[in-house]
Design a binder for this molecule. Structure first.
Ligand code: NOJ
Length: 570
């Protein structure tokens, strides 16, 4: 299963073009920020080719600004043959043709900065595309100066030690290349060879490339799959089956910290850009080593433990609370967390963590937003979730576009699994579920494109779309904006200490956030049934700051009801 395998794992920025020094006045802006993750391929198409693009994003800046968010993380927009939708970069300093030009990028960045919106680039440097010039050179001969930019195993030494590939059709991470009679390593797809971070020249190229974007004025970097960048190149024997604990065996090799400190010194601290790693290692200790400020590595990381809990058979709320509570306590004094329930590698959060049944719309999604926006840590909201977008319910394998998922489908068929069973699982968990076009309005293709969309639009766009929700004071979108605004004006929601309340309640997730003389109580009914909660607080004297039903809350919580109370403090 791809999803299982994927366990790898307010200040204003000065608009700049050629900045050479720190641009952010508040170097900790990311702590109080709400970050919106935008999948460029699926957001808005400006030229009718069926693929979202930078001009499309530019045309929707009013909308993005209206959300109240602070920063936008763009999935990769560099030149790429698109074997993994841009996570296979063939030129780190050029824009993917499907998305536009460098002029479009510059215009977008300038327009975002004018509106006080920050931009976070996705940096994909555990691997490149096999169509990157570095790899073309590297594979051309054993003596080529770029040979050591990648990991090669000479075939005269026999077969290389078994390594698992997350995306390969046979899950074999070594690909034989007859040109030089050697194997190259690819933890992801066969067209995504792993870069050799032990090579100082390669590292310098990466820092220079990051500097290129920092000088343009980007505000942050998200480091893709970086926990795998450092490898144990003594290539120890790893047994078949180690992939069940893939990250434990291959992530966070010690040299990673040297690389990050070097990157921090050469780029991150020099330009004051925010940094977040995909993956937080295998323990709290790993995570602290990545993000504790004194170590001068990264600002944040995001861990997968919580997002991986949701299975088609459901998940256990007590476990969900335990995961979030333990991560919070481990970071209560030092370090900073990212809070998310969805991204481009996961199906839609409302389908996975609540309910996408129409009768629960918008309560299920607004309840989840209340959660994301009231926890300690920086919330990441995935495009379309502000509307409560759901899984599309694709019925045929031909509806899917994600190559790793298609490879895995073939792999599972070979293992003897029935197509119908695999499709049922994909309908719940395949990451394409979270990549369908943004639903703007009721016009053809939900207003996403005038052409043929690269992946089908969810059929529910006729009722679930931006235009309808903008007009509706009870919509998910309206609530999302209110919740963002509440977080902005209530420092307790950003900085306050977190205390779990009624810990063993199997339907309700309840907690307080306390900051100075303020205490906020959050009640979230994670179930589709009425629920009660023992808070120990006198709710009749508390002030509801926000709730997701049209009528005020009472002692019994309605299905997926969410309430944020201000408590009376002595
Ligand atoms: C993690 C990214 O989030 C995912 O989308 C991508 O496929 C892999 N890394 C490989 O780059």
């Amino acid at each position: 299963m791809i999803v299982a395998a994927l366990q790898w794992c307010g200040c204003q920025n000065t608009p700049t073009t050629k900045a050479t020094t720190i641009t952010n006045k508040d170097s900790n802006w990311w702590k109080s920020a709400v970050i919106y993750q935008l999948y460029p391929r699926s957001f808005k198409d400006s030229d009718g080719d069926g693929i979202g693009d930078l001009k499309g994003i530019l045309s929707e800046l009013d909308y993005l600004q209206s959300l109240g968010i602070d920063a936008i993380w763009l999935n990769p927009i560099y030149s790429s043959p698109n074997d993994d939708n841009g996570y296979d970069v063939s030129d780190y300093r050029a824009i993917m043709k499907d998305f536009g030009t460098m002029e479009d990028f510059d215009a977008l960045l300038a327009a975002m900065h004018q509106r006080g919106l920050k931009l976070i680039m996705d940096i994909v440097v555990n691997h490149s595309s096999d169509e990157h010039d570095w790899f073309r050179q590297s594979r051309s001969s054993r003596n080529n100066p770029y040979r050591n930019y990648y990991h090669w195993w000479p075939a005269e030494k026999g077969k290389p030690p078994y390594r698992y590939s997350l995306f390969d059709i046979n899950h074999d991470a070594w690909k034989y290349d007859s040109l030089t009679n050697a194997y190259y390593l690819h933890y992801f797809g066969v067209k995504q060879p792993d870069l050799n971070w032990e090579n100082p020249k390669l590292r310098q190229e990466i820092y220079d490339m990051m500097e290129f974007w920092a000088q343009k004025g980007v505000d942050g970097f998200r480091l893709d799959a970086f926990q795998f960048a450092a490898k144990d190149t003594s290539w120890p024997h790893l047994p078949q089956g180690y992939e069940q604990q893939f990250a434990k065996h291959v992530a966070m090799k010690p040299a990673i910290h040297n690389y990050l400190r070097e990157m921090n010194e050469q780029v991150l601290s020099k330009y004051g850009v925010m940094s977040v790693a995909e993956g937080a290692g295998n323990s709290f200790e790993d995570a602290h080593q990545l993000v504790d400020a004194a170590r001068k590595e990264l600002n944040m990381a995001y861990a997968f433990e919580a997002v991986d809990l949701a299975k088609s058979s459901g998940y256990n709320l007590l476990q969900f609370k335990r995961v979030f509570s333990t991560w919070d306590s481990a970071f209560a004094k030092e370090g900073w967390l990212s809070i998310f329930l969805a991204n481009h590698d996961n199906a839609r959060m409302v389908t996975r963590f609540a309910s996408d049944a129409p009768e629960h719309n918008p309560y299920a999604a607004t309840m989840l937003h209340t959660f994301l926006l009231s926890m300690r840590g920086t919330p990441y909201c995935y495009y379309g979730d502000e509307l409560g977008m759901t899984n599309p319910g694709f019925n045929s394998i031909t509806d899917y576009r994600d190559k790793p998922a298609l490879n895995d489908y073939q792999y599972q068929l070979k293992q003897g699994k029935k197509a119908a069973t695999i499709l049922t699982e994909m309908r719940f968990s395949c990451r394409d579920n979270g990549r369908t076009p943004m639903q703007w309005n009721t016009s053809a293709n939900a207003g996403f494109t005038t052409g043929t969309p690269w992946i089908a639009v969810n059929k529910n766009y006729t009722t679930l779309n931006v235009a309808a929700q903008q007009k509706d004071s009870t919509s998910c979108l309206t609530y999302f904006k209110k919740m963002v605004a509440l977080r902005k004006r209530e420092p307790a929601l950003v900085h306050g200490s977190y205390t779990l309340v009624d810990a063993n309640n199997q339907q309700v997730y309840a907690y307080t956030r306390s900051w100075k003389d303020k205490k906020v109580l959050v009640l979230l009914n994670f179930s589709g049934k009425q629920a009660t909660v023992q808070t120990g607080y006198q709710l009749s004297t508390a002030t509801p700051l926000l709730y997701n039903y049209a009528t005020p809350p009472s002692a019994t919580l309605r299905p997926y009801e969410a309430v944020v109370y201000a408590l009376q403090t002595p």
